[in-house]
Design a protein around this ligand. Structure first.
Ligand code: KG4
Ligand code: ZN
Length: 337
């Protein structure tokens, strides 16, 4: 079995996964959403302190599995330095004291492997990753060959949902709140611009749309003056613009890439309106759409454990005395993940 730890942002999570059949046999996650909600976003130092309390509590429940562990895995990039370090400190302590190998895991590769929890991997695969930190289309050929085909030049999809909710004075995280309000809204009421619509660039951009949302709120007299129907309509109009943007750029990639399997992963892939739009697009392009169960879209240690199984088979281990947070630069399109 592999014990995996995730602490890249505001979720403390530990999982135990069986190597022989990819089965997740223990999984627990403590989310800090409530503690960060009043700030309208994650406060890194607060998140770090909460990990230091929550991770040991979860680990206590994993003790019965300690004798069966063949390796320990931990997210070491990308993420918040002060929170990643909490998971890493725990992972190296376990690796040294139980004398088992330590596997460093790239968080975004973990999101991709959320698709394969309890399953065999499907490769090659085209992936749209939409999370709080990233928006990318990635061609996944193997564990060590994942190429970025398109990326956001500014904000991410998740972030744009969070900021839209924040501007309307709603809570955090904004994604589920906006999706729910949008169900009761008129998506054609506000004519928000579809980002990069007339640009040949195969990239994403969400900051202009965010600005358009801000101006719309101002025109309505500010967040306090908005009626519930205004909030629903603006949520729906915003979500529609995000969808059209994602679809337009994805289409360009579908026209070039022959890979038949396509997946959406990351926190924002829990959005059913976006999933539904991709169902239609995939049908048109004869691609098969894959998504992770809703509980594994957002950050979790199950996906880290599933990636770690493949890394274990390839012996991608690191010296526990040398592991550290990797501070990743923003990756350009055409580079490896
Ligand atoms: O993958 P994730 O848990 O963390 C990162 O790796 O960043 O993604 C979190 C993001 C947040 O921005 C959240 O608002 C967004 O995913 N999200 C959604 C939905 N559920 C979560 N965005 C749109 N629609 C949703 N239903
Ligand atoms: Zn994530």
């Amino acid at each position: 079995m592999i014990l995996s730890i995730e602490s890249s942002c505001d979720d403390s999570s530990i999982a135990i996964t069986k190597i022989e059949n990819n089965e997740l046999i223990f999984h627990k996650k403590i989310s800090q959403e409530q503690q960060h909600a009043s700030y309208g976003g994650v406060v890194p130092e607060l998140a770090s302190r909460l990990h230091a309390i929550d991770l040991p509590n979860i680990l206590e429940e994993c003790k019965p599995y300690f004798n069966h562990l063949k390796a320990v895995a931990v997210t070491n990039q990308p993420g918040l330095g002060v929170t990643l370090i909490e998971g890493i400190a725990m992972a190296k302590t376990i690796a040294v004291s139980l004398d088992v190998p330590l596997i460093p895991v790239h968080h975004l590769k973990g999101h991709i492997y959320s698709l394969f929890i309890g399953k065999e991997q499907i490769l090659p695969l085209l992936v749209l990753l939409i999370s709080g930190g990233h928006t990318q289309i990635i061609r996944v050929e193997s564990l060590d060959k994942m190429t970025i085909l398109a990326t956001s030049i500014d904000d991410s999809v998740g972030e744009s949902f969070d900021k839209t909710a924040k501007m309307m004075g709603l809570g955090y995280p904004g994604g589920p709140i906006i999706e729910k309000l949008a169900q009761k809204g008129d998506e054609n009421r506000f004519n928000l611009p579809v980002p990069l619509r007339n640009s040949k660039l195969i990239a994403f951009s969400l900051s202009g749309l965010k600005n358009a949302v801000r101006l719309t709120i101002e025109k309505l007299g500010g967040a306090e003056k908005m009626s519930q129907q205004d909030r629903c309509d603006l949520s729906a109009s915003f979500q529609k613009a995000v969808k059209l943007h994602l679809l337009q750029k994805s289409k360009k990639i579908f026209e070039k890439e022959k890979i038949k399997d396509f997946a959406i992963v990351g926190g924002a892939s829990a959005n059913l309106y976006i999933r539904e739009a991709y169902e239609q697009l995939c049908k048109k392009f004869h691609k098969k759409l894959h998504t992770a169960p809703l509980e594994f879209c957002a950050d979790n240690a199950g996906m880290i454990g599933r990636y770690a199984i493949e890394a274990y088979k390839k012996e991608l281990f690191v010296d526990p005395y040398k592991i550290d947070v990797v501070y990743t630069k923003k990756r350009e399109s055409g580079t490896e993940l």
